[in-house]
Design a protein around this ligand. Sequence first.
Ligand code: GLU
Length: 416
Amino acid sequence: MTENLNPFAIAQAQLDEAAAVLQLDPDMHAFLRQPMREFHFTIPVKMNDGHTEIFQGFRVQYNDARGPAKGGIRFHPKETIDTVRALAAWMTWKTAVSDIPLGGGKGGVICNPREMQPDELERLSRGFMRAISRYVGLTKDSPAPDVYTNPQIMAWMLDEYEVLTGHHEPGAITGKPLQLGGSAGRGPATAMGGMFTIREAAKLRGMTLEGATCAIQGYGNVGGFAHRLAHDLFGMKVVAVSDEYGGIYSANGLNPNDVVKHLQQTGKVIGCPGTDNINNKELLELDVDILIPAAIENQLTGQNANQIKAKIVAELANGPTTPEADNILNDKGIYIIPDFLCNAGGVIVSYFEMVQNAYQFYWDEPMVNDRLDKKITTAFLAVHEMAQAKKVDNRVAAYLVAVNRVAEAVRLRGWV
Ligand code: GLU
């Protein structure tokens, strides 16, 4: 039978497994299987060639029992409502496992930002905000960057929101540029949080990180910073990295400065001097200590899971591993740091950004990183203890911790 790669079907199947272990009340289970609210809208954008392109946008507020919905907006040519639903569900579990007072949401636009001019992207970003401004804001739902969106896009969205509402409300959006109330450390936050979880996993496995080999799939904000931090913080030997155009390999380890310089010159990692080309499949199947999928969903599947040789898989991407792959990797004894735990650093620092915006008092980067470390390490240990206590794998354990918290909030509110 071929695998079902629909991300929302996968997110629901993961919840179903956790619900069975928890013996979750069937009504609660039914409630948590669906988004509470979703918006589908068109965004007409005047393009530079004179025609008006009609883009399709989505915002899903999956669950806001624990606080306002929270989650990024993706600009992606292959965006679908089911991907956004899955990502919004994972945000719900991510904020809960991190124990920050927020719910889960996600947005998306079907578009190819690489083929758009900056002013077209600005009109699209402002159009997105016009379409949902009534339904978002500090106390309702606060968007952030995700795949192919960035601080500049957040700045345009925030400006549009504040023009429409007539007041300043910086916490309505996170991942903003520092000058508009962004947080120190928000750029590297997802990768930084992932490093703290890798440090804890390595302790449990008795693995020394100095000199440990690593392969990273994806070289966007998350993968790029992961390379730098793995190299600078731990002295890990990152032997392979990739982006959507292909990958590079060097047995001696890749220096992040060299790769970034080449990327700035050519727009791609391939061709970086002193490296060999490697394809996506080869990168994932390398015999390394740590594999970091930091791109998009469904990368480790029933097709390739048997060939994965890493000892630790640190899921900095959302949804990189299918349930079939999950079973295979667990059977092989590979230690998985599940996505909504491993990559929670971004939303944790987004929460810190909202706190700083509310107080209009800003922290320096060491303070942000120190507080991030405490939050994510506490979450990591809660998941580890749950896995030991219930004799389940890390992903199921993360679900047990998160679903318990969300279900409790739903119950206390009297919704179910
Ligand atoms: N897009 C990031 C994620 O998937 C961050 C979300 C946020 O900061 O709200 O976790």
